[in-house]
Each structure stands twice: as structure tokens, then as C-alpha cells.
Design a protein around this ligand. Structure first.
Ligand code: ADP
Ligand code: MG
Length: 381
């Protein structure tokens, strides 16, 4: 664990934007402190050219996976999964739409871009083994900025034992785009789809919910304070868990491995990117079942509860609709319950019904209200 940053300030100098880091308050594990040195001259991307840039960014990537026959350097990568099925998933992140560099350090962006993809592979109950990375950058970014982005990608690949086997590099007239494709593999008998939930199955979630959304609220608030008073020193200490969940999410590789260890094969699974409510509805709709989701069972960290009070938000609403938690949501057969019940990482939050019973939240007052898929948009005003 290393002490990390406090505030990221987007500032413009010589037509480049920089993320300036001030102070050190938040703990973000596995990251070295980033120190912005204002006096170091920045390298323009045009000095390197496309091939120079690719070579520069990719030279440190190692190949560790047996399934990687050929990585970066040819027209295409070659992978060999032998008897296993190949899993492929991709996500595109666009500046101004999916991230704001005012409070998203580039290193974290690189890390998060990898995590959101790995999370999708683990949600298939598969092993992630390779990624490709495509970027479009405007020349407002110096080389050092792209290096930071790749430091985050590198850290993620190393920690999750993933080979970076290719990508594409191009220019953009304005913002930054990053697209990651993740590739994985699994025996076809263990792949878990969204459509396998059955009536009477139990609904289970890993970790806790709502923190990433609140982390964004805290960062937004600090950004507003900063705009009014650039000398204000924000105290993000009490919110470090929330901010870490927003800026440096972890894909739940450990949960996929835990399930294998416990010999539990979920009947359906999805990762929580848009919010619990909408993901529960995806599982139900695709599996043709209904659900009772119990409000009192939803795992919420105490910091989420106290911060919700501060922001005048309802913690259940935040957990249901906040999104970006990257936890795994799955259903299991009732007979598997004894295998998971003592595990602090897993919480049973509901139970699957027949389709005509509908999809409902059972409140603490024992009222049954219909689930709504708000996603994260309506409350992320
Ligand atoms: P091509 O002309 O066939 O598209 P490129 O010159 O774009 O080839 O890429 C050369 C090699 O570098 C390829 O293996 C490609 O997958 C890899 N590559 C290109 N850009 C990136 C990037 N941003 N990150 C990782 N690998 C990259
Ligand atoms: Mg190319």
C-alpha cells in the first residue's frame, strides 16, 4: 500500500493539458506516488511518430501466458486455447462521456479501462488471459501523459497476469479515446451465461455496493470547491474507500476463483457496471424468471451509509442505481447455499421466482415494490 494523491488538477500550459497532483492523502494500493514536475519539458507526440510511439509504449510488456503464441509486433496476435472456448469482450471509453480528466488521473484511467473489461470476462466465469488496447489521442497530450496511461495498463496487466498482445494507435482531433478488448478462456461446461437462472435459485452478490458512485459525488464536490477557491485544501481522507472504488476499481478475479474452490457453479452471472437494479433485471429477463430482492440484505459499507446521510441520499437507492461497482452478481442452486453461507465476500440478497411474480424489491417495511432499471444516469445529474 502506498500513499497516493489528493487532488488532480487539470491545467493548461503551452497548449497541453496536464493532470497536476497535489498533496497525499488517499491510499491506493499498488500505485507509486505520481509527482508532477512542472519544470520537466514535455515530449510532443509528433517527435516520436506513430511507430516510435507504439514501440515506446509497448517495449516493457512481457508475455506470460502459455496461450499467447505471438503477441505485439506482427499484423495480428496468435492465440491457442486448445480444447477451451475463447471469450472476447470489448469496451470503448470516451473522454467527456465516460471519464473526466479533471479528476481521473491517466494512470487510473488505464487501470480502470483494463478492469472494466476483465470484469466482463470473470462474469462469464472464464479466465482472462490477453488484452488489446487501442487509443486515439490528440496532440494536446504530451508523451508523458500517454506513458502514465500505459503505466496504469501495465500495472493492471501485471497484477492480473494478462498479456498485452496488440492494439492500435491513431490521432484524434480533440479528446482521448481508449478501447480495450479482453480475451479469455474457459472449459465450455463452466461458462456461465446470463440466461441460466431458475425459479428458487438464490441471488448472490460479491463485496458491497454504492461506493463507486459516491466516490464520484465526492470528487465532483471537491472539483466544484476547487473551481471557486483553488487554494482550498480538500480533506478526502474520510472518503478514501469511496474514491478508490471510483478511481481504481478491481475486477473480481478472486471471486471467480473462490467459486471454483467452493465448487459452486453459478446458474447465471453478470457483473455490476450499471447498478444492481438493472443487472438483476437483466438476469431475470434473460432467464425468464422473477425475483424478490431484499433491501435489508443489500451489502453496503458503513462509509457509504454515513456519506449518503451527508449528501442527503438514500443508501438503498445509491446501491441499486449507483453503478460502476464491478462486483459479480449471480444465482446459485439452493443446495449450494451451505458452501457459500459463511463467506464474508458473498451475500445472499434475493431469491428467484417464477416469471409472473415479477421483479421486486422487498423493503425493510416488507412492502413489495417493482424494480426499476435506472442505470446510473438519472441519479448522476
Ligand atoms: P498495423 O499497421 O498492422 O495496424 P501497427 O503498426 O498499428 O500495425 O501495430 C504494430 C504492432 O503494435 C501490432 O502488433 C499492434 O497490435 C501493436 N500496437 C499498435 N498500437 C498499440 C497500442 N496502442 N498498444 C498496444 N499495442 C499496439
Ligand atoms: Mg494499426
Amino acid at each position: 500500500m502506498l500513499l497516493f494523491f489528493l487532488r488532480v488538477i487539470n491545467y493548461k500550459k503551452n497548449n497541453y493539458y496536464y493532470n497536476k497532483i497535489e498533496g497525499t492523502i488517499i491510499f491506493l494500493s499498488n500505485f507509486a506516488p505520481m509527482i508532477e514536475d512542472k519544470n520537466t519539458p514535455k515530449t510532443s507526440l509528433s517527435e516520436l511518430g506513430e511507430f516510435g510511439l507504439i514501440e515506446h509504449l509497448t517495449k516493457n510488456f512481457e508475455i506470460n501466458q502459455k496461450s499467447t503464441v505471438r503477441g505485439i509486433g506482427d499484423d495480428a496476435a496468435v492465440l491457442d486455447f486448445r480444447d477451451e472456448k475463447c471469450i472476447v469482450t470489448t469496451d470503448l471509453l470516451v473522454e467527456g462521456v465516460h471519464f473526466d480528466l479533471a479528476y481521473m488521473p491517466l494512470k487510473h484511467l488505464g487501470y480502470k479501462a483494463v478492469m472494466v473489461n476483465l470484469s466482463d470476462v470473470y462474469a462469464m466465469n472464464a479466465t482472462a488471459s490477453q488484452i488489446t488496447i487501442s487509443i486515439a489521442v490528440s496532440n494536446r497530450f504530451p508523451l508523458e501523459a500517454i506513458e502514465e496511461l500505459y503505466e496504469g495498463i501495465y500495472a493492471a496487466a501485471k497484477l492480473y497476469n494478462i498479456d498485452v498482445v496488440g492494439g492500435d494507435t491513431t490521432s484524434s482531433t480533440k479528446g482521448l479515446l481508449i478501447s480495450v478488448t479482453a480475451i479469455g478462456h474457459a472449459n465450455e461446461h463452466v461458462i456461465v451465461y446470463r440466461d441460466g437462472a431458475k425459479e428458487n435459485d438464490l441471488l448472490v452478490v460479491s463485496g458491497d455496493l454504492g461506493a463507486a458512485y459516491l466516490g464520484l459525488q465526492v470528487l465532483n464536490r471537491e472539483n466544484e470547491v476547487f473551481k471557486v477557491n483553488p487554494n482550498a485544501q480538500p480533506d478526502l481522507g474520510p472518503y478514501s474507500y469511496l474514491v478508490e472504488r471510483q478511481l481504481k476499481p478491481e475486477a473480481r478475479k478472486d471471486i471467480k476463483e473462490l467459486l471454483a474452490e467452493l465448487e459452486v457453479l453459478p446458474t447465471s452471472m453478470i457483473d455490476i457496471s450499471d447498478g444492481l437494479s438493472s443487472e438483476v433485471m437483466h438476469l431475470c429477463t434473460q432467464s425468464n424468471v422473477g425475483v424478490n430482492l431484499y433491501e435489508e440484505k443489500i451489502p453496503i459499507d458503513p462509509v457509504v451509509i454515513s456519506t449518503c446521510e451527508e449528501f442527503n441520499l438514500n443508501s438503498t437507492t445509491v446501491a441499486l442505481n449507483g453503478g460502476e461497482d464491478y462486483e459479480l452478481l449471480f444465482t446459485i442452486k439452493q443446495e449450494d447455499f451451505p458452501k457459500i453461507k459463511a463467506n464474508p465476500n458473498l451475500t445472499v440478497i434475493g431469491h428467484m421466482l417464477d416469471k409472473k411474480s415479477g421483479m421486486a424489491l422487498v423493503t425493510r417495511a416488507n412492502e413489495r415494490i417493482q424494480l426499476k432499471a435506472q442505470g446510473w444516469n438519472p441519479i448522476k445529474e
